[in-house]
Design a protein around this ligand. Structure first.
Ligand SMILES: NC(=O)c1ccc[n+]([C@@H]2O[C@H](COP(=O)([O-])OP(=O)(O)OC[C@H]3O[C@@H](n4cnc5c(N)ncnc54)[C@H](O)[C@@H]3O)[C@@H](O)[C@H]2O)c1
Ligand SMILES: [Zn+2]
Length: 309
């Protein structure tokens, strides 16, 4: 048993699993099961790809976020503290290595606290915004009740809604990741909400979880879409209502002009020379843009504040 949480996602945790696999004398074609949240699954995936140059492993995600986001992909990794710069970089050491299968069971979510469940919804809202108005409508109608019931079946939620939301999310992930497993294409709609959120999460002392930061970023990007005339103001309000019903933050004082512009510059570096920032053109449809200016960001930040609850 390993501790969960981001601080535990370090190379030493991979070592620990390798020690155990070795002591257990795991054979080359014998799969092991990794049961836990996204952090544990990322660590276990690294160990699986290293031990004897690769043994099969089965992912059993136990958080809503890992069920929809860290289950069917092929990425593994740990955060890395570089001795030369004395800085810790998220997911800096990793591999592309597929699990042999994933077992998804929403029963695990019952023991999660609400903040962690809402955090998982942050990634689901993202998928809905870029790919599926049907998923978005399910979130609008049943999201709040599902947070309340911790994804379990109760009298006021139709029995299949929770699994339908997970199935739709996984289906979108498979369709988006499948043809682009090694990320040869850097224009990825699943990167929606992942431009400004990176620096937001890294602000020292910031009390913001990944899915929350993705949501703040995702809502800010709706303002960029609105100001470009891609979506009407009513759509911005509709997205805001849905996010608020899921108790997700849409604003953060840390998202200021400096952080916003630095994020665009980082995006250029991370996405090979172009911003490639996904924006929605309606709920369920997106494009990638690479021409966002500093002035455009400043104007968007002003308008974004008008929507602050
Ligand atoms: N490889 C990928 O494709 C991929 C995709 C998305 C996210 N991730 C990674 O996943 C991590 C975030 O995942 P997470 O949100 O699951 O965080 P996490 O794994 O840290 O889990 C959050 C907390 O919940 C606890 N926990 C796990 N299951 C529980 C349960 N059923 N009931 C109660 N508590 C439970 C954990 O011990 C931990 O303390 C990040 O490091 C992110 O980089 C990876
Ligand atoms: Zn994410």
């Amino acid at each position: 048993v390993l501790p969960g949480g981001e601080p535990a996602k370090r190379p030493t945790a991979v070592d620990q699993i390798l020690d155990d696999l070795c002591a257990y004398k795991l054979r080359r074609r014998e799969p092991f099961l990794a049961i836990g949240g996204g952090c544990l699954l990322d660590i276990a995936g690294m160990a699986a790809c290293l031990y004897r140059r690769g043994v099969p492993f089965v992912r059993v995600p136990t958080t809503l976020l890992s069920i929809v986001d860290a289950s069917v992909g092929v990425k593994n990794g740990v955060d890395f503290c570089c001795r030369a710069t004395d800085e810790t970089y998220k997911n800096r050491i990793g591999s592309f290595y597929a699990p042999s299968s994933c077992l998804l069971d929403p029963a695990f979510i019952a023991s999660q606290d609400k903040r962690n469940i809402c955090n998982g919804f942050g990634e689901i809202v993202k998928l809905a915004l870029v790919r599926s108005v049907d998923l978005f409508e399910l979130l609008e109608t049943h999201g709040a009740a599902l947070v309340e019931s911790r994804f379990q079946v109760t009298d006021n939620i139709p029995a299949n809604v929770g699994t339908r939301i997970i199935d739709l999310s996984i289906q979108i992930m498979l369709e988006e990741l499948g043809p682009n497993l090694w990320e040869t294409t850097l224009e990825r709609c699943v990167d929606y909400g992942h431009t400004f959120s990176k620096l937001l999460e890294m602000v020292p002392g910031a009390d913001i979880m990944h899915g929350e930061a993705v949501n703040v970023d995702g809502f800010f990007c709706c303002i960029l879409s609105y100001l470009r005339g891609y979506i009407p103001r009513e759509t911005v309000q509709r997205v805001l209502n849905c996010m608020q019903s899921l108790a997700l933050p849409t604003h953060s004082a840390d998202l200021n002009p400096t952080l916003a512009w630095q994020s665009c510059k980082d995006a250029v570096e991370h996405r090979h020379g172009e911003q490639r920032i996904p924006l929605i053109t309606e709920i369920g449809e997106s494009i990638c843009v690479s021409d966002i200016t500093q002035e455009e960001l400043s104007r968007a930040l002003d308008v974004w504040k008008e929507f602050e609850p």
